[in-house]
Design a protein around this ligand. Structure first.
Ligand code: NG1
Length: 492
């Protein structure tokens, strides 16, 4: 819990570090949710509030599950829960958005998942994860009532799912008066979110929990380490939603998991050559275990080994097994098994192992350079690195789509110093580094060319409907990480 000496506006200012006008609208939102809680769940006395932000990843895409760093920032779009602890183990949720509605389940272990795609699964993932880790005793777990308000566009690469997981975990821990170290919790929740079926990395939960206002967060993994990097005032990061939904249901989930598996195959193939050539036993479980620095090798030598071990062409499972001197069954079992025990189906065109490897190692280097460029205030370099990252995501990782391409190109035409897709890809948002002085002009021009132009003219693709342009194109403010407060600290 945060300290008691500040009034609601000071606490909110500490979270959002924004102008007074924005502060009053944040305050109005908290007060509205509080009133809605009291109407929906009358008779509950002691309330607390949890908040967990979404994030925009500035650079470092699909590097996290490979053990390489990322550079996101938490944004002023978030989940706010008004909560009261219960005396039994029921968790009762009411979402402000009527499309999501009401859900109830018991906080007993294991927590049975709802049908795929249901929003309650993210709350269940958190409760299940906390119980599984033994942080709360399933026999005496207290449930909670929650009124849930969210402002993060969903299926848009801004990590609404992880923000929901983080807020739910904080709510459950508060209900059970349990404190957990933030880094421990971030690690635990990264694993816990796999409950929903994708093999994601740890970026989203970490930034949602550990972010600092006004700063981006460089995150390194295994073990989790963070370094806050101040953002230069001359640039503002503007998010633009392509209006193409990228939900982690069937197709996108397969595409995401396929890339995780391709990276595992890259690890096995490269490790095989490293062991053969150097005689060193190498227990590599992810690509970062095979970096030039960790192996104490010149990057050129490592690249030669990667070309020998992986080769540049797509590979069938049979070819991979042959290279590794193993059976297809063993390779499949050890590398292609998903968390739920199913095997990822071999793509008909083969696994594009080299391209995935090439993206990951070059992207990792770009993260290092971008963190330094931010520190040095070298905004031109930041833009260039973002543009290179986008090209690599498109060409090597193949996670772009025509709409993201159109949006990136329009943004660059209108002066973005750097423009790239952000998050898992396949749709969702772009992030754009824009000179702070020209943000309004940039927003106007992109609105005219993309939202009022391209989206209207382009037929045959289903674009998301929106009510307010400010929800699809907006400058981001770097906010603080998630928190929990007694209600009276935030409600005047
Ligand atoms: P989003 O954009 O929230 O779907 C996913 C993963 C991240 C990371 C990015 C790609 C989850 C919860 N998040 O993010 O860990 O791998 O893709 O950089 O799976």
């Amino acid at each position: 819990m945060h300290s008691l000496q500040h009034g609601p506006l000071e606490v909110l200012r500490g979270i959002y570090s924004c102008s007074s006008g924005e502060l009053s609208s944040h305050r109005a939102r908290y007060e509205r949710l509080y009133r809605l809680f009291s109407t929906r769940f009358p008779g509950y006395g002691s309330h607390f509030i949890v908040r967990a932000p979404g994030r925009v990843n500035l650079i470092g895409e699909h590097t996290d599950y490979n053990g390489y760093p990322v550079l996101p920032m938490a944004i002023d779009r978030d989940f706010v829960f008004i909560i009261a602890a219960r005396s039994d183990s029921s968790v009762e949720l009411q979402n402000e958005n009527p499309l999501f509605g009401q859900r109830t389940f018991a906080a007993g272990f294991p927590v049975a998942p709802s049908q795929q795609g249901d929003w309650a699964n993210y709350v269940k993932a958190a409760v299940h994860g906390v119980l599984e880790a033994g942080l709360v005793d399933p026999k005496n777990a207290a449930g909670f009532q929650a009124f849930v308000g969210g402002t993060i566009p969903e299926s848009a690469g801004l990590s609404s799912s992880s923000a929901l997981v983080v807020a739910s975990a904080l709510a459950f821990l508060e209900a059970n008066k349990t404190k957990v170290d933030r880094k421990v919790l971030a690690d635990l929740l990264a694993r816990a979110e796999r409950y929903v079926g994708s093999e994601g990395g740890g970026m989203d939960q970490a930034v949602s929990l550990l972010a600092e206002p006004g700063k981006a967060l460089r995150i390194d993994f295994f073990p989790l380490r963070t370094e806050a990097v101040r953002l230069p005032e001359e640039i503002t990061f503007v998010v633009c939603n392509s209006l193409i939904r990228a939900p982690k249901s069937e197709t996108v989930r397969y595409a995401y998991n396929r890339r995780v598996i391709e990276c595992r195959l890259a690890t096995a193939l490269l490790s095989n050559v490293v062991v053969k050539r150097t005689g060193k036993i190498n227990a590599a479980t992810r690509l970062a275990d095979l970096s030039a620095r960790r192996l104490g090798m010149a990057p050129g030598v490592l690249k030669e080994m990667a070309l020998e071990g992986i080769g540049e062409l797509p590979l069938s499972l049979k070819q991979i097994a042959h290279r590794l001197g193993e059976t297809v069954e063993k390779v499949e079992r050890e590398n292609c098994t998903l968390r739920d025990g199913t095997l990822l189906k071999e793509p008909s065109e083969g696994f594009r192992v080299w391209n995935r490897y090439h993206h990951v190692v070059t992207e990792a280097e770009r993260v290092n350079l971008a963190a330094k460029a931010l520190q040095d205030g070298d905004v031109a370099e930041i833009g260039t690195l973002m543009n290179h990252s986008h090209a690599s995501c498109r060409d090597d990782y193949e996670i772009s789509c025509p709409e993201l391409e159109a949006l990136v190109s329009i943004a660059r035409d209108h002066g973005a110093l750097g423009a790239r897709l952000t998050g898992a890809g396949f749709g969702g948002c772009t992030v754009n580094a824009v000179s702070s002085e020209s943000v309004e002009q940039f927003v106007r021009s992109v609105t005219a060319d993309y939202y009022q132009g391209y989206v209207k003219e382009e037929k045959g693709r289903e674009f998301i409907d929106y009510h307010n342009l400010r929800d699809v194109i907006f400058p981001c403010r770097a906010t603080t990480g998630a928190g929990a407060w007694p209600a009276e600290q935030l409600i005047g």
